[in-house]
Design a protein around this ligand. Sequence first.
Ligand code: FE2
Length: 428
Amino acid sequence: MAELDFILRGVNLPDGRQQQDVAVQGGRIVHIGPQLAVAAAREIAAHGKLLSTPFVDAHFHMDATLSLGLPRLNQSGTLLEGIALWGELKPHLTEEAIISRALEYCDWAVARGVLAIRSHVDVCDSRLLAVRALLEVKRRVAPYLHLELVAFPQDGVLRSPGALAQLEQALDLGVEVVGGIPHFERTMADGAESVRLLCELAAARGLRVDMHCDESDDPHSRHVETLAYHAQRLGLQGRVAASHLTSMHSMDNYYVSKLLPLMAEAGLAAIANPLINITLQGRHDSYPKRRGMTRVPELLAAGVPVAFGHDCVMDPWYSFGSADMLEVAQMGLHVAQMTSQQGISDCFAAVTSRPAQILGLDWGLREGAPASMVLLDAANCAEAIRLRAARLAVWKDGVLLAEQPPQSVRLHLPGRPAQTELRLQRAL
Ligand code: FE2
């Protein structure tokens, strides 16, 4: 047998296995087990550290990221002012500026162990500037980051003149997923019609679908029901994702009890965006204020895979964020009250294995899988989320892409030994 490239000693895995050795050769995981009696070119002592598959951001807007303050700040902090602000910015965008900001963000992502991003790209622009820019970014980052693009008609595929033709043109240029925004069309009927035509377009081209769907507090919004109907009718099971679904938070419980099995039957996936949902929804409420995130535990219990996306980082809609999917998981866990042991594990999976499954990525901590992995400065999923743990090392196909030292604080306390190193970790 050829010599191993490297072996990680003593890692913990998200499924609860502890003190495992993981051997890598030729860019793949070749052995996993306790105390492997094998030699490698490099031994990495990682005892008690959590090894995960990479973070995956299943919902992002890379054409807008890092544009905060251009041409002005969102004064109200609302979704609608954000959409208006994006409209003001669009005429001033240049391909070079979008590329430059997106590449900077991709560096942030890799540093945080994010090795796959599904980004929506606005096609409501006759020049398709953002589409061309992000296709160039996709080409440049391909060696280290899986960037998947969704043709997203931000202003409505029916409401915005020329949007359907521009969306098809974006697909012709190489954008690989069909997007939509039915709740932003002029009427509920137009929204339903947009879902039909976009699903038929995807089916005809053999593409996946990922729509912004029911992103409102309207308990009567019904677009995900329509999406499930067409996904099933067109044989798109396992290829359709419904993003946001915030209206489900406010829906009648009886109706949801009918809706969830329909979504499961149609093979839909759901993508919640906790940081954005908790800040943008519920804005018309006095008190109590709705949380505005979809029903994550109930969707999971019904058999619908749920991922969490970052959605926005420093753009017209959201001034915060730093490509940290553990921050996203932490917010999702709190908003959905997923503090059970299973819930904690589900929240970690919602930013790692579940979005990988939704995007069709063959990642896993198993023999034969690509050695694309993140070593975290935490003992388990709960500690990783609690500390938003340092990414000690990030590998893609066995190649080291990023390293970060462990986090510690040097204390200088009176009456105590100088320079005490404090780490915020506690063994259970
Ligand atoms: Fe979005």
